[in-house]
Design a binder for this molecule. Structure first.
Ligand code: ADP
Length: 471
């Protein structure tokens, strides 16, 4: 069953319940008002007859004789049926409008009147579907009851009014329910139509795979507007992810194609025996080895980033950063010796970081590798380690080619490489992305300052754990 139908049914059902309660209350109230109005009139008539009997008789004479002189009941009977009877039920006088018939004098009524002395009000059925309201009271002289007065009126007027009220309430309610169901269905349709648009768009995207579609937001403050915005955000994220994935595949294929072409070319040469010179053959084998190593490094980097994306947790323990820095310094000297870059050690505080020693070494080596790669022969590279207000700063500074301001914002992106004419071959564009990730999983970050043609300074900020571990 659709939400629209369910909403309409609920709405109409609830309204039906409320209408039923309302109708019952209105009907009961109307009935009691009409009946009490008739009763009030009957009581007034009864009092009038009784007053006349009292006025026209001498109480002492009545008490002695047990009989009273009765006024003509027709004087009161324009609206009521009036009857006077003795206590034993024998009828003494009836008004003419009773036309020879009489009002019933039930035994329990006489007994009740005698024992309570109060009026008796009751509704009697005189014929099927014909009701009468009757009020009775005793005729009392001194303390002695000598008869009963009964005043009655047909309830046909009241019953007619109630019958009409029943019809009006019933048909009115049915009409109202019909209109409400119709209105509810129209409203539910209008309220849910934006959801249909969302469902339709989602369906189209599934069919066409076109992720750049967006749903127009009518009112950003209502629930549907928020749902639409959330849906659009989700589409944007999916689109970005999809594009990133496509770019990644393109970048990886591109990065793998270059070494594979070199390897293939050298292998072809070797296979055809085209290289006679043993030195050139060794050179071809070395090139194959280099490119294989490059591919292995690229695949390792990609694997590491994939693990990083899936939330890899590191095994952290206290790492002496000064010892680590010395290690990297020695390795940097070896790496730089062939290219003529002077590696120096600057400030070297003692500091501890809670982390993964291998990853921290990798972070530093990636920065060092870049500094050596992008610094021409004769340039300098300085490694520093400082403690500064709860942070450990690892600095890798070079006097190399520097980075253009427009590239600075992107160098930590995966596969981003600045202007190829200045970028040395051998890199893949993943080194800084990995370094940044390592800093971040250690609760830190990497900052870069650079001037084109003058050099760069990369600083990794990591939380200082020296105090904790020494304590
Ligand atoms: P790559 O493998 O290309 O070195 P990285 O992610 O390590 O990839 O660096 C991204 C880009 O940032 C490099 O291609 C280079 O353009 C620039 N870069 C990084 N370090 C330096 C540096 N010390 N000096 C100049 N440019 C740098």
């Amino acid at each position: 069953m659709s939400i629209r139908t369910r909403l309409t049914l609920w709405y109409t059902g609830l309204l039906a319940v409320f209408l039923l309660i309302f109708n019952v209350v209105v009907y009961v109230a109307l009935q009691s008002v009409l009946l009490s109005e008739v009763e009030n009139r009957l009581v007034a008539g009864l009092v009038l007859v009784n007053d006349r009997i009292q006025a026209e008789n001498d109480p002492l004479a009545v008490v002695i004789s047990g009989r009273a002189r009765l006024p003509s009941t027709d004087a009161f009977s324009s609206q009521f049926l009036t009857q006077i009877s003795q206590l034993d039920g024998r009828i003494v006088q009836t008004s003419d409008n009773l036309q020879g018939r009489s009002l019933p004098v039930p035994d329990d009524m006489a007994v009740g009147l005698l024992s309570s002395g109060r009026q008796d009000t009751r509704t009697i059925n005189v014929a099927p579907g014909v009701r009468m309201q009757m009020v009775s009271s005793l005729i009392v002289f001194g303390d002695r009851p000598i008869g009963i007065i009964q005043v009655a009126q047909s309830l046909s007027g009241v019953d007619d009014a109630l019958r009409i009220a029943r019809r009006v309430l019933l048909f009115g309610s049915l009409l109202l329910l019909g209109l409400a169901a119709l209105g509810g269905a129209v409203l539910a349709r209008a309220a849910l139509s934006p959801i249909n648009v969302i469902a339709e768009t989602a369906h189209q995207i599934t069919q066409t795979g076109d992720l750049d579609q967006r749903i127009p937001v009518v009112d950003p403050n209502d629930e549907i507007g928020q749902l639409t915005e959330t849906f659009n955000d989700m589409l944007s994220r999916l689109e970005t992810l999809f594009q990133t994935q496509q770019r990644l595949v393109a970048d990886v294929s591109h990065e793998l194609r270059t070494p594979l072409t070199t390897i293939q070319g050298n292998l072809d040469l070797l296979k055809r025996g085209g290289i006679e010179d043993p030195e050139m053959r060794a050179e071809a084998l070395r090139a194959i080895g280099d490119e294989t190593g490059r591919m292995r490094r690229l695949i390792n980097d990609l694997l590491l980033l994939a693990q990083a994306d899936s939330g890899m947790t590191l095994h952290k323990q206290p790492v002496e950063m000064d010892t680590l820095l010395l290690d990297v310094y020695r390795q940097a000297q070896v790496m730089a010796s062939g290219v003529g870059v002077n590696v120096r050690l600057g400030a070297e505080d003692q500091a501890m970081v809670l982390g993964d020693a291998d990853r921290l070494r990798q972070l530093l080596l990636n920065l060092v590798d870049n500094a050596i790669k992008y610094t021409p022969a004769g340039g300098d590279m300085i490694l520093t380690l400082r403690r500064d207000g709860g942070w450990v700063q690892l600095g890798v500074e070079d006097t190399g080619i520097g980075i253009a301001p427009e590239d600075l914002a992107h160098i930590f992106d995966r596969f981003y490489r600045a202007d190829p004419s200045r970028t040395r071959p051998g890199g893949s564009g993943l080194g800084l992305a990995i370094a940044q990730w390592i800093a971040q999983v250690h609760g830190g970050r990497i900052q870069v300052e650079s001037l084109l043609g003058q050099g760069s300074r990369f600083t990794a900020w990591l939380p200082d754990a020296s105090a904790n571990t020494q304590a």
